[in-house]
Design a protein around this ligand. Sequence first.
Ligand SMILES: Cc1cc2nc3c(=O)[nH]c(=O)nc-3n(C[C@H](O)[C@H](O)[C@H](O)COP(=O)(O)O)c2cc1C
Length: 394
Amino acid sequence: MSRIVLGVTGGIAAYKAVDLASRLRQQDHAVDVVLTRAAEAFVTPLSFSAVTGRPAYRDEDLWQGGESILHVELAHAAELVVIAPATADFIARAAHGLADSLLGSLLLSTRCPIIWAPAMESAMWQHPATRENVGRLQAVGQRVLPPGEGHLASGRQGIGRMPQPDEILVAVEEALRTPLLSHVRVLVTAGPTREYIDPVRFLSNPSTGRMGIAVAEAARSWGAAVTLVLGPTEVPAPGGVQVVGVTSSAEMFQAVEAELEHTDVLVATAAVADLRPARQFDHKVKKDELPNALELERTDDILAYAGAHRRPGQILVGFAAETDDPEVEARRKLQQKNCDLVVGNDVRQEGAGFGVNTNVCTFVTAHGAWQVGPASKREIGEEIMAFVAQRLGR
Ligand SMILES: Cc1cc2nc3c(=O)[nH]c(=O)nc-3n(C[C@H](O)[C@H](O)[C@H](O)COP(=O)(O)O)c2cc1C
């Protein structure tokens, strides 16, 4: 049983928070509900206290007086805070550290994990101000669940629905789990590399880094100290991990080489270029001076290097993005590169590979192979961490 604060803010989805509170109670958690003033326009404290069996607090209770100070007491007792639904307004106030309400004061006073379940119109969610505010919360290690797509209260379709209670419950479970990988140093490579021909032309691939970013997030949630070596991508890096930005395969190689000695687990998801131009021009080559054929040379193989130099006890996980039989290729890579696990995926399969948030994978180890997915990239990351924890005997 854990002590959870459920913060409810003033959006239409507030009624769904009653069901969430009830389900948290059914999982034996003690749930302290705190409503904002606007939330009370949608739901009553009575609905929550009826399902949680505990008092539900109103904003004005901040001023109740008495022996203890309510927001501090709740903040210190909480093992986890969940804000569902989270309005654009409340996200903005929390992102700027405003303590002008019971819930706002509590958030600033607590040091426990915080999960956000935003719910709002698409335009509000996509507004640059909200994007920036969400980024601020993530940058201090708070988890913002992505809102769902579909029918919105306004009658429009779009992104902005409160994440499903099931999804919130999974995030709650993850946040409350004893961090099995604390003191484990995980190095993740992610994204594409760019091999420049001249300052305006390069060879690259469609990787967005989403798989590695999801692995880094999963490792962080298992308590690991995570370093993410990230190639050029538009996808924002997660908070709470150390990010080393690189561009070329040579830079990625150097970054990994520098970190490897201090790494317990390497998860190499990056789509590193195998070839680069043998010659790089330092000025833009005029169109009519461009050669018809490019002379290419091989780049250094990062995973093979890590496999050849691995320390005893160090764990290596590779990825194999294939268009043929991913299991066969993954097994070949497992042996050739001296890995503990190779995750093969068929990039031509729907819902797998580059750019999408899901993947369908075959996990291959020396002892067997099994399929994981279709599942979100985050869930694939969780499976990898479960494998790592098992290998480390945790
Ligand atoms: C009918 C109605 C529905 C609303 N729904 C939402 C919503 O889903 N998401 C949101 O961010 N704001 C919504 N708002 C606006 C918030 O209630 C408003 O920004 C308020 O200041 C939020 O206060 P709070 O963040 O302290 O709860 C809604 C307002 C009204 C009147």
